[in-house]
Write a protein that binds this ligand. Structure first.
Ligand code: SF4
Ligand code: SF4
Length: 345
């Protein structure tokens, strides 16, 4: 496991160009230099040199981050921003009472056993064809769908394993030890040949990609690959929110084109963050609400009946932004939405 001082050179790669300010959702709302990666690197450089203590104040700014990775993708120095923030967070949290309490709640004993209550056998037909290891994700375990769309896709073989959480919540809280634990368990379960790891959550997929070197496919991509067609009973207007952790959304337009009676309306800034990001929304509720409200305004402008997305955390964020708005569109996951339509072959 890396220590913050191991990132000394990486932190120094920051040229202070300030380009991250133009993409950081938190900076756009707050205008606070410490909210964006450049400012955080100035502080962490001080910590690594021993000029500054990794104290509550520094931690407050570490928490003022959605871990959306937008700054990383835009950074001319290609700095792995989130990795550095997570390591700094770990070094701070492991020595505080609150940090220790959060790490206990996230432990295998508490969080792991809690998830076990919800794990049940899915009713997925075992077919033959493209071999897919299905990483269902915690939220899809807790809220299983009644009509599992996977049963309708021809020529696929779904392989299920008793995976642990992908680890994203532990990275956010700086619980790197627990992250290592779930990472090792998940890696040990990839014990057979397969064509793709199938996911149904953008955050899970992006986290798994940090430690699994394999081919991934998400449900939307799979439906396009299989040229699946859907028929809805009446005309419906739909808009799409692209989660920050979704690498590629090339599937959404072709998929919706294959849906009879669906009109897709692209919202302005459809890839802007929803403002949720788990504990960020608790620790920075005012900023989170403002980001969510901006998103909600763009959704409302489309006059869509439904807003769909592919990340359970974004669903909460989008719903939060739309609270109190009359006749607001319904927020659904892509798979829940498609389950309304009939498969047409
Ligand atoms: S974009 Fe990268 S190099 Fe430029 S200020 Fe931000 S973190 Fe530093
Ligand atoms: S990860 Fe996102 S919220 Fe955090 S500093 Fe980068 S752009 Fe801002």
């Amino acid at each position: 496991m890396n220590r913050l001082c191991d990132f000394k050179e990486e932190i120094n790669k920051c040229s202070k160009c300030g380009l991250c300010q133009s993409v950081c959702p938190v900076y756009k709302i707050t205008g606070n230099e410490c909210a964006v990666s450049r400012g955080k690197f100035v502080m962490l450089d001080g910590v690594v040199k021993g000029d500054l203590k990794l104290n509550e104040n520094v931690n407050k700014y570490l928490d003022m981050c959605l871990k959306c990775g937008k700054c990383s993708r835009f950074c001319p120095s290609s700095i792995d921003v989130c990795n550095i923030f997570e390591t700094a967070k770990y070094e701070y949290a492991k020595n505080t009472i609150l940090g220790k309490l959060i790490f206990f709640i996230e432990s295998k004993f508490v969080f792991g056993n809690f998830l076990k209550i919800f794990k049940r056998k899915s009713h997925i037909k075992k077919g033959q064809g493209l071999k897919l290891i299905y990483f269902k994700g915690c939220v899809n375990n807790i809220f299983p769908q009644k009509n599992n769309i996977l049963n309708e896709i021809p020529d696929i073989e779904i392989i299920e394993r008793d995976f642990d959480c992908c680890g994203q919540p532990f990275l956010s809280s700086g619980n790197l030890e627990r992250f290592e634990e779930v990472k090792n368990k998940n890696l040990s379960l990839l014990d057979c040949e397969f064509d793709y790891i199938l996911t149904n959550c953008a955050s899970c997929e992006s986290t798994l990609k940090k430690y699994i070197d394999a081919k991934f496919i998400n449900l939307g991509e799979l439906l396009v690959k299989k040229d699946m067609k859907f028929k809805f009973d009446k005309p419906i207007k739909v808009t799409f929110h692209k989660p920050c952790h979704l690498e590629n959304d090339n599937f959404i337009e072709p998929l919706l084109k294959n849906c009879e009676n669906i009109e897709y309306i692209k919202m302005d800034n459809y890839d802007d963050c929803c403002g949720f990001a788990g504990e960020f929304a608790i620790k920075n509720s005012k900023i989170s609400n403002e980001i969510a409200k901006k998103k909600a305004a763009n959704i409302i402008n489309t006059k869509a009946d439904y807003v769909i997305t592919v990340c359970p955390a974004c669903i909460i964020g989008l719903k939060k932004g739309l609270i109190g708005i009359k006749n607001a569109p319904k927020v659904l996951s892509l798979s829940e939405f498609l389950a309304f339509g009939k498969f047409s072959k």
